[in-house]
Design a protein around this ligand. Sequence first.
Ligand code: Q0Z
Length: 316
Amino acid sequence: MAGLRAGHVVVVVGSRAWATLRNVPAPRHIASGKVREIYEVDDERLLFVATDRISAYDVILNQPIPDKGRVLTGLSLHFFDFLETPNHLVGTDLSDVPGLDDEDLVELRGRAMVVRRATVIPVECVVRGYLYGSSWREYRNGGGPTTEHLPGGLRLADRLPEPIFTPATKEASGHDENITEARTRELIGDALYGELRERSIDIYLRASAYAAAKGVILADTKFEFGFADDELLLIDEVLTPDSSRYWPADQWVPGRDVPSFDKQYVREWLDTTSWDRTPPAPDLPPEVVEGTRARYIEAFDRITGTSFDSYLAGKR
Ligand code: Q0Z
């Protein structure tokens, strides 16, 4: 969180404090992701924050997309509520999080969750209902970890006969590496493998049926789980456009690339430049920032069936 500062001095003139008073330390920073930040609340809880940063072609762009983090947090909250599966969410009230000043609260509004601190299971639980991305590349190139249970003869973006559980590990490089069922069982054991697979596929089936009713295909998604007090919890962000591949149903044509709901617009603009997809990315013109923001908000409204404005209004 930019703007969190450690203990400032209390300055009082007469009986009136005229400076922002800080005599408590800011929350300790725990971890940075490409687009998310984690801070410590106390021994049992973390502050999970979605920033407005955006990546395209695996590169963080120079311009944030205003409110993108709020859209993603709103979608995670929506799906925690919809799924009713044990999860890490404690709440969104920040009034008893120590160390936040008024400026922090403005910045965090709608984009932060207080979550239960869990022991993270070191396997990304990917579920795929369609053949796309790294799985399509493995399939086309003769097969790999994600394709071991697939029939032959499938095309790019085909719907799979049934959803498949295709775990991955987070590599130091920052890239996920798909791993086989046997390797996953070695890493976490058969019992936990079975539980994660069942929970992940169950959540995918419910969320994809929900999305389908809104004219949206949930092509694939990635979950993380952790243990807190021996309870297996769904953690992290859930079913956001950063953790999932959402397609407008009317844009899906098997055999062809399918435009993604959120990033297609910014990718198409980047494709009009001569950028070679290595950092740094070109600066986004204001109209591309605004157009991208509008698409995130449209995705929120379409998927939740509510309005982003009403979501924000509920966050004081
Ligand atoms: C999640 C990540 C990052 C965002 C740690 N409830 C939890 N308990 C313990 N740890 C985590 C969670 Cl969600 C946890 N991550 C992934 C890293 C920003 C998410 F830097 N790391």
